[in-house]
Design a protein around this ligand. Structure first.
Ligand SMILES: *[C@@H]1O[C@H](CO)[C@@H](O)[C@H](O)[C@H]1NC(C)=O
Ligand SMILES: *[C@@H]1O[C@H](CO)[C@@H](O)[C@H](O)[C@H]1NC(C)=O
Ligand SMILES: *[C@@H]1O[C@H](CO)[C@@H](O)[C@H](O)[C@H]1NC(C)=O
Ligand SMILES: *[C@@H]1O[C@H](CO)[C@@H](O)[C@H](O)[C@H]1NC(C)=O
Ligand SMILES: *[C@@H]1O[C@H](CO)[C@@H](O)[C@H](O)[C@H]1NC(C)=O
Ligand SMILES: *[C@@H]1O[C@H](CO)[C@@H](O)[C@H](O)[C@H]1NC(C)=O
Length: 469
């Protein structure tokens, strides 16, 4: 101590001061020493690091509390339906969640998934349950640690579907839901915990009953979210898949895979041999061809179903192995429909919902469709829905017949009026034409079966193309 003092005290004027500082320093050292003795479990390092640690943690907690509330408050809700794109609502990112980019994969429907790398781990939140104005509903991305105030976190996987058309219409409902089935097939056949349905950003509470049944067959119970906590409560999704392009860029091969999968699942659900019939033969070893006349009551029924039945019965009887089955579609429940169509190679039916069941026929089966007068001219492109359906489920649409006979539309210049005039008309028949047409189709199916008989059959997969189903 003395040596230090001497060395430091080269300038006399400052020496006194230095002595004081040095003494204070030693006093401080003694205090620390005593402190260590009185708390033997602590060394000098841990003593100081502990107190600094506490201090730091206190600072950090208040800082991160600030940060969390800053993040919460920075969550920005945008309108679900973006009117800037109302000229072209279905192109690009569409007018639904327009700020978010789709994930594009070759031959797959464009979709969005959150949380993702692209969202930097943020989840999707939706606020609002307006059923009339999509601009009143909104969406945002938020970090799971900083969900907006009052948010309800919906656990598990949610499928969010927005369609420009309609989830209740058979064709459009099928188009809106098929991409989810495909996405699920690619992801170990994972099932959603709920669906949220939108049309132009407006909330919808149900899908058509046939589509819902089909989704139930594939995914189990279908729960459609109603966001019932109130329109100002944000709902955030732990995991969410969003489809807003209907079939979008889903390629034909993949559409066929979905159809095969759904057919297989429906047969399994209804306890029908999922492998299907293959080629049945009669006692003479000839292939059996099952021809089903699928009737409906009311609008678009045949004017005289007895005579239509007679025409097909006569033709069928002329061809070896042909068996006619006449079925009233309204009398069938879902599994009856699946069973009837599993047992059908050719279905002849007026245009209508019952034809959607073509999905349950074996691949390559045939469809003959009948329309009332006036549809060809006034019904627009929608009348081809079963042609499209046949194409994407691997069936052969063998053409349609439009009845040329019937009352004339009273206001032929007005398309919409004429369509409502003809819409619910009935279907007549032309014996010559029906006979020739059905003969040709049955003969073609017979030839196909004979060819198939000579081929080695591949065993279809037992699991409907999914590992965990
Ligand atoms: C979406 O894509 C556009 C154009 O490719 C890009 O400019 C934009 O940053 C993307 N937005 C997000 C949120 O990734
Ligand atoms: C909001 O709804 C969910 C289910 O949809 C429920 O579990 C939750 O308790 C509700 N929260 C409030 C605050 O009512
Ligand atoms: C329907 O057709 C059958 C046989 O083709 C005929 O006997 C019957 O009278 C017809 N019914 C009506 C209501 O025209
Ligand atoms: C469907 O028919 C085509 C020829 O029309 C044939 O090449 C194909 O193998 C058939 N597919 C099945 C699954 O029977
Ligand atoms: C169905 O597919 C066939 C063959 O690929 C094609 O020629 C036809 O135009 C398609 N029909 C419709 C209505 O899309
Ligand atoms: C019935 O169909 C045949 C064959 O296509 C046709 O020649 C005939 O004119 C049709 N009859 C009526 C009444 O339309």
């Amino acid at each position: 101590m003395k040596i230090d003092t001497i060395e430091v005290c080269t300038l006399r004027s400052k020496c006194h001061m230095t002595k004081l500082i040095t003494s204070l320093f030693f006093l401080f050292l003694i205090l620390i020493f005593l402190n260590i003795k009185s708390s033997p479990s602590l060394d000098l390092y841990s003593l100081s690091s502990k107190s600094w640690g506490l201090m730091g943690r206190w600072q950090r907690t208040s800082k991160s509390r600030n940060m969390v509330s800053m993040l919460q408050e920075s969550v920005t809700f945008l309108p679900l339906k973006d009117l800037r794109f109302s000229e072209n609502p279905t192109s690009g990112n569409t007018w639904f969640m327009s700020s978010l980019n789709d994930t594009q994969e070759e031959n797959e429907a464009e979709h969005l998934y959150f949380p993702s790398d692209a969202s930097k781990g943020r989840v999707l939140c939706i606020k609002g349950r307006d059923t009339r104005d999509g601009t009143k509903n909104s969406y945002a991305l938020a970090w799971p640690e900083a969900l907006p105030d009052l948010a309800t976190l919906l656990k598990g996987l949610t499928f969010v579907s927005d369609t420009y058309y309609n989830h209740e219409n058979l064709w459009h409902g099928v188009c809106a839901t098929i991409p989810f089935v495909r996405w699920s097939m690619k992801n170990n056949c994972i099932r959603p915990d709920r669906w949220a349905l939108f049309h132009w950003g407006e909330l919808r509470l149900k899908m058509g009953s046939w589509i819902e049944q089909l989704m139930r067959v594939n995914f189990g119970e279908v729960y459609v979210e109603g966001f019932n906590n109130g329109s100002d409560i944000p709902y955030c999704f732990e995991k969410v898949v969003i489809m807003r392009h209907d079939l979008g860029r889903l390629g034909l091969e993949n559409k066929l895979k979905v159809s095969d999968h759904l057919r297989c699942k429906a047969r399994k659900y209804c306890e029908i041999n999922p492998i299907g019939r293959g080629v049945e033969v009669n006692e003479r070893g000839e292939p059996i061809i099952r021809f089903t006349l699928l009737l409906r009551r009311g609008s678009r029924s045949f004017k005289n179903s007895t005579s239509v039945t007679e025409i097909f019965a006569k033709e069928c009887a002329k061809i070896q192995g042909c068996i006619l089955n006449v079925v009233q579609s309204e009398d069938l429940n879902f599994c009856d429909q699946v069973r009837v169509m599993t047992q059908t190679d050719v279905v002849a039916s007026p245009h209508g919902a019952q034809l959607t069941n073509m999905l349950f026929m074996d691949r390559n089966s045939s469809i003959m469709e009948f329309f009332p007068k006036g549809w060809l001219e006034h019904a627009g492109a929608g009348q081809y829905a079963h042609h499209w359906m046949a194409n994407q489920s691997g069936m052969k649409h063998q053409g349609a017949w439009w009845d040329p006979i019937g009352d004339e539309c009273p206001s032929p210049k007005h398309d919409a009026e004429c369509f409502s005039f003809y819409k619910n008309g009935k279907v007549g028949h032309n014996e010559t034409l029906f006979a020739e047409w059905s003969r040709k189709v049955i003969e073609e199916v017979r030839q196909g079966k004979i060819e198939q008989m000579s081929k080695i059959k591949l065993n279809p997969t037992k699991d409907c193309g999914c590992l965990h189903s």
